[in-house]
Structures are given as C-alpha cells and as structure tokens.
Write a protein that binds this ligand. Structure first.
Ligand SMILES: [Cu+2]
Length: 349
C-alpha cells in the first residue's frame, strides 16, 4: 500500500499535470501536421527478421563502427560514427534522463542512428527492436545472443561485484567472448569519461533483472497509465534496483556497457532496446492519438521537483553533431509531425 505521503505527492503531481491539458479544438498548426510522411519504414522484432536481414543489420552496425567520426569538433576522441552517438549520449546524460523529454530525446536518437545505418552504410531495412518480454523467463536462451545470427553472448566471468552499485543477479561482467562484436573496440567511456581509450564490449547478464522487470505485466502497467506524466515515470522507474522500470530492465539485464548510464550506447543492443521502448510509447500514444500526440509533461531538469518547470511541445531537442535541432512537437508522431516532411517516418510491426 502506498503511504499517505506518497498518495499526497501523487495528487500534487496529478494536479500539476492537469494544468497542461488543452481543451477545445486543436491548436492551428497541430491539426494538420500529423502523419505527414509520404513513405514510412516498418520496424520489426529481431527474431522475425530473416537470416539475411539479420546479417545485413549487423553488417551495417559494423560499417558504422568503421566509418570515421564526424563529431570530433565537440567529441575530440570519437574515432568512428558509432562513437559519435555514444559520445553525444555521454555528454548529455544528465539532461536526458529522468526528465519529461526522456522518451522524445531517445526516439530522435534511435531514428538518427537508423538513418545513419541506411544512408551511410547501405542498410535498407528499418531499425529492429527487441521485445524482451519474449525472453523474460529464459533470458540466457534469447536468440539475440546467438553468436552467428545475433549479437553474441555474455561477458567472460569475473569475480562477483560486491559494491553497493552491483546489479542484482549479474553474471559474467567481462569482455564478450563470441559473436560479431568480440573484437569491437570502444573509444569513449566508461561512465562520463570522454578521454581517449580502447576498451572491449562488456556484458554481465542478469536473468533475475529480466524476469523481474522485462515482463508483460510491467509493460501492461505502463500502457495502463492515463497520461504522459505517469507513463514516463513508470517507464523510467527510480534510481534504485527496487524499481528500475522497464527502461532499466533492458539495460541492467544485459549489464556491462549497457548498464552504464552514460556510455550504454556503446552496446549495439542499446538501439534495439530503445526501439522497443519507443514502440511501447507509440502503442500507448496510439490508444488515444488525438490527446496523446499533444500530451507532454515532466520535469525539465533531472529528477526535477513536480512543482518545477515542465517540458512543453516547444521544448528543444538537441543531438549535437548528429542531427539538426528539433522540438518535442516534431517527434510526437512517428509517422511525421512536421508540415511538409516528417522528421520521423517509421512505424512498428
Ligand atoms: Cu539514455
């Protein structure tokens, strides 16, 4: 049972959200913008791709890891295009998590990565997603970890991490030992470091985290939330392992690089996990599009007070050297929410 204090906080939070509800006809520009894309690409679940499609995707990721960086002006030690993405995430970590624009920022981030795979590496599919509910009860057997048709498996076993920040149930923890990324080098991180480095890809699978947080009941609980403020809060959970939300579930079940709040985009599966969160976000929006293409709230600043400033549709989203700046409004509809051409043009299967 929630405490009276928690209940009071909930009421205050709800009250703060009600202030954002727009009544009456749609604001002028908004009514005509939705669904403005002429063509949309379809994102599919990893295991529904054919063998060749899986190969093509991994080949494109490796291509991005071999292409020279373009973000050196702001991330001097970025070596590859793949690093550019990780570097931007490291730089912005404290302004893009536990905020109202968490989902919008990551939506744009994944779509920009997808665009780079397609335009710079000749990939002709869409960004696949990882529906981790399919693996929640048998995490280690997931086809994602296949060394030939997947991303390779767990990291080598290293002594259990006994620090208070250790992920519950973690195994492995060292460098990956098979699969396409066994020789991969990371040039940034760990954590907030942007210094030059050369690191392996680490993983520390936690079946316990997957079972606890990556299950269908958790997804359904998120989908049942009545407004964006609550939806966002349920997805991100809290900054402890009692409730990491379905967002933390995906990250900490893989562990290693993926469990690094700053440097997690160094794990190639990051993009499949975040595509899945985005799919759930779009599924939630699709249950009431007229309202939910406009419903945005949540703190501007990390874990900001519920009574503090909230983001609005005009809030700017910045991906540094990766892509032009846009507003949350431009990212509300995955099938285009900008007059003329959409910033985003995809859908989910
Ligand atoms: Cu992130």
């Amino acid at each position: 049972m929630p405490s009276v204090g928690a209940w009071l906080v909930s009421c205050l939070y709800l009250a703060s959200l009600l202030g954002n509800v727009v009544a009456g006809p749609l604001p002028e520009d908004v009514a005509t913008r939705w669904g403005s894309c002429k063509t949309v690409i379809k994102r599919k679940e990893w295991r529904t791709l054919s063998k060749d499609e899986k190969k093509d995707y991994i080949k494109a990721v490796k291509c991005l890891q071999a292409k020279p960086a373009r973000g050196k002006a702001t991330i001097p030690n970025s070596v590859s295009r793949f690093d550019d993405f990780q570097g931007v995430h490291i730089q912005q970590t404290f302004s893009i998590h536990f905020v109202g624009h968490f989902l919008a920022w990551h939506r744009y981030f994944v779509a920009t990565y997808e665009k780079a795979l397609r335009e710079e590496c000749g990939y002709d599919g869409a960004q696949p997603y990882w529906d981790w509910t399919l693996d929640a009860n048998n995490f280690l057997a997931s086809p994602l970890w296949d060394p030939v048709t997947g991303f390779g498996g767990n990291g080598a076993y290293i002594l259990p991490d006994t620090s208070p920040l250790a992920v519950p149930g973690a195994t492995g923890g060292g460098c990956v030992t098979n699969g396409p990324f066994v020789d991969m080098r990371l040039h940034l991180g760990p954590g907030a470091s942007l210094n030059a480095t050369s690191r392996c890809l680490r993983r520390g699978f936690s079946p316990l985290i997957a079972q606890t947080f990556s299950n269908t009941a958790r997804v359904n609980n998120a989908l049942a939330q009545v407004d964006f403020g609550w939806f966002n809060k349920v997805i991100e959970g809290e900054t402890n392992f009692v409730n990491v939300g379905i967002h933390g579930g995906g990250h900490y079940s893989i562990g290693g690089e993926a469990g690094d709040l700053y440097a997690s985009p160094g794990e190639p599966v990051f993009y499949l996990h975040h595509a899945n969160l985005d799919r759930i976000y779009w599924q939630w929006q699709s249950m009431d599009l007229p309202a939910r293409l406009r419903d945005i709230s949540g703190p501007v600043e990390l874990l900001g007070p519920i009574t503090g400033p909230n983001v609005t549709l005009s809030f700017p989203i910045d991906l540094g050297p990766l892509a032009p700046g846009v507003t949350i409004r431009d990212l509300m509809d995955v099938k285009g929410s900008k007059a003329g051409t959409g910033v985003l043009c995809y859908t989910y299967q």
